[in-house]
Every structure is written in C-alpha cells, then in structure tokens.
Design a protein. Sequence first.
Lengths: 421, 153
Amino acid sequence: MLGKTLAEKILGSHTEQKDVAAGDIVVAKVDFLMVNEALTRIIPILEDMGVEKVWDPERILVVNDHWAPAADTRSAEMHIKSRRFVKDHGITHFCDVNCGIAHQVLPEMGLVKPGDLIVGSDSHTTTYGAFNAFSTGFASTDSALIAATGENWFRVPQSIRIDVQGQIPDMVMSKDLILRIIENLGSDGANYQSIEIHGPVIDAMSVGSRMTMCNMGVEAGAKCTLMTVNETVRNWMKTRASDVRWAPVEPDQDAEYVDQITLDLKKDPLEPMVATPHSPNNGRPISEVEGTPIDQAFIGSCTNGRLEDLAIAAKIVDGKKVNRDTRFIITPASTEVYMEAVKTGVVETLIKAGAVVTNSTCGACIGGGLGVLGPNEVCVSSTNRNFRGRMGHPDSLVYLASPATVAASALTATISDPRSV
Amino acid sequence: MFDDDINTDLIIQGRHLTMLDYSEMAKHTFEILRPEFAKEVKPDDIVIAGRNFGGGSSREEAPAVLKTLGIGCVVAESFARIFYRNGFNIGLPLMVVPDISSDIEDGQLVTIDFTEGTLTIDHSRVLSGEPLPALMQEMLEAGGAVQMYLKRK
C-alpha cells in the first residue's frame, strides 16, 4: 500500500472506508462548519430542503464579519436574519459584529484542532491548515447540505509538497514567502489540489505567520493548505482548548505527491515581495516597484491583521509620522487582537503616528467599508486579493505586501522597503 | 467570450453581494469587463472562457447571476474548484473543453450535447469536452444539489 499525504489521511479518517486516495470521490463527515453572512443565502436553501433543525447546533459557528457593524440597510438585514437563525436553531457559537473575522475568531475560540475536517462558507477557510486541519471553502448550497446533514462529498485532492529550508531575514515576513510561492504556482497551479508546506522555516513559525500562508494557498487555487503541528500550535492548543483531546497528523514518508518543491532561502534569500495589480500571483521583489506613489496603506484582513502584524507596523512607525500624501488604515483581525494591541501599547503608537485604527471586520479588503478606494487611487495592502475593483472603484489599483512593507510605505507615501526605513 | 482567470469578483463584484434579489444583482454581471453584458445576453446563450474560470471568492452568487440571466452553459478550458462545485450545485451546466478559446469567436452558434459531451460550432465543427463524473451528471439531471438531496431523502 502506498503512503498517504496529509490530505488523504485527514479526509480518509472522516469517511466510512477510511482508506482513500487522491482522485476518489468520497462522502466525509465534517467536524465543524463556519458560516458568515452567506447564511442569508443558506437559510432559504435549508427551507427548500425542508430542514427544521440543523445537524448539530454545537458544531456551527455563525459570524457577522463581512460588514460589521452593518454598513448599510442591506447588510443590516443580513445580520437580522443571522441573529434570528441563531436563536431559532439554538446555535451555541455565535459571533455578532463585535468579534472580528471568522478565520481569526474560530481558532481563538479553540474550535479548531489538528486532524479536523472543517468547512467554511468563505474561500479563505484554508487558513486552519496552519493547525494541521483539513479546511476548505464551500459556498451556500454546500454549506446548507452540511448544516443539514453534517456531511458532503469531496474529491480527495492530489498534493503538492513544498519544503522551505533556511530562514526568513529581519523585516521579511511569511507573507513575502507565500507571495513568492503563489507567484511560482500561478493562479491555478494548485487548482483542486492540497498544498503541504513543510521544513524548518515553517516549524519555527508563529501561529499567526503560519495562518497567513495557509490563508493564501487558495490564491493558487488550492482546496486546502496543510502544515504539521509545531511547538507554537501545541502551545496555542494548551491555552485555547486545554480540555480537548487531539493527535497530530503526519504524512507518510512514501506519500505520493504530484510535485515536490524545495525552497532554499539560504541559497536564494527571501526579500520583501509585492504583488502588482490585478492578481495575487503577480509577486515581484520590492526593488521592482519601490517608489510607486500610494494614496492608502492598509493593514488588516484574515491574512495579516494579527497582533504580530500590528506590532511590526508599530515598531516601524514608532516616533514617526504617516506621510501627508497618504492615509494609514489599520483593521485588527479580531477584537481579541485589538485588545492585546491596546494593552501592549501598539495601538497608541500607531495612532500617534497618524494611523486610523478601526474595529475588527473584513472592511476595506472586500471594499465593504472603512477604507474603500476611489477612482484611480492606489493602495498598498496586507490583504489577500488585488483583483480589479476588489477594494472599491474598478479603476483603483491594489498592491499586496507584508504588514512591514505597508507600514514602511505609509511613512513615505510610496511603496517602500521595510529594511530601509 | 472571455479570457483566462476570470475571477468571481469580475463575474459579480463584492459590493453587490448585499442585494438579496438575484434578478437585481444579475444586472451587474460582468459589469467591469462588459458593462452591456446583462442587457444584451439572451436565454440559453453560452459563455466561453479560457483557463481557471471562477477563481477567487467562494461566492455562489457568481454562478447564480449567470443562471438568473438564463445562461445555458459555461464552457471553459478549466474551472476553479469552488465555482465548479457551485455551478452543479445550483444546476448551471459547466463543460471543460481544452483549447476552446482558440477554436471559436464571439457570436458563433454553439450546440451542446451533455450526454455525448460534445460541442458543435456553427453546425459543422464538433469538439469533445471532458466527460462529467457520474455524481455531476446525477446532480445536473436532478436540477441541482438540493433537488438531489430531496430525491434521495
């Protein structure tokens, strides 16, 4: 029998047959379902299906995060519907507009554990791969089927294995690494596939930095992005879910991969990367775009709105001022992140430098509010997508970069290398 | 006809997603690339695209607005995975035909045979698509995933 990849092992353990291989179409039982405002679409589907009670009210998280607090009457209506649904179905885990972004709050609540199969009604659900969980984004109909039955069909994905050797230099971040990886893969380089990321660089990473990478695997089309458990994940589980039993999942030595890539950062050092408009796969070394004038610098989103992201920004702008030709907007990924940033003085440093710190929400990343771009405006952003019109006007331009690069750029009103400020 | 990498933001922008009425939202389909699209499209028209159609956000609104406009089928060289699921889930037929972009021009008459998995251009040239997995065929025949669930229940 051939060895198994992480995806084959985790997905297989949730099926009746247990032994599954890439290419199989299987029915799997899901451990947890996350739904955001897509719930507005899911409710009528459940009604069509004649479902009166969800499969397990303790294994669903309902989050109002995309337009929080409501940005207009339409999003307000969506939130009314989700609140009513939570009451009607007795949903245990509910995050209203005061919590933050789903992909940050679900792990914070201790609801993700290694080996889990998690589905969310959002493409960036791949984020929980950082916790050794097979997690993937579905849309409304698939989410409704899971809400009703706790299961759905999956095609077991083939896997690409990436090993990262060496180390990441100062002021360079995991965002730069994933921008380089998805530039190599292209927008559909991992379509339908699982990306496994291994190696000493990943083992040494903080939980937040790992989440950034797994979050953006979907920008290469991946169904999931998976890592093995490291010390920082163990500590996270101890603090967040001390009473939960779990076991780490490792791929077999002889697992079969469609591609194996080694990135040696000693031989080929990692530089700050910037993805130019209009694709996250347009990653370029910062030297190629340095000096591009910007109207807005944004740090936030499920990709890079965590404490370490805000902290490095504060370190860069400490005692300095945001350039008058730009504006610096910061949206912490969750209220917990926000509070920690207040406690540690990060928020004060940022505000003193001239930044605007907003409540926790998806906000500007989806053009939903709190930093929407006007015609011909240019933004350097720590978010995940720079598709045309994503953050506002169809004629606006978005450059994706690490929080360090965004903060450095806020000081000069041009795209700037964080190693040089 | 559309290029490679048509992502779901290009099919329907995020800022329109709060509209609850699909027929209202559908007026904004492909707004950035072809503002006239929603007005000019006719029932059973076929959308042809290159590689990786429907990448990006998981929004089911993307196939839903196409279905609302009466699109008969989307034919592409490949589909992003979530869009592919969503299409069949809501009963919007999708077909993978390698190199379709180079074989066809805007405005040509296309006939599709799902059981045979073939596409005919102007009654003359026949191209073969990739065969549908059995599950997808069952779903299409049922009219979508919800209908299939109700049938199996």
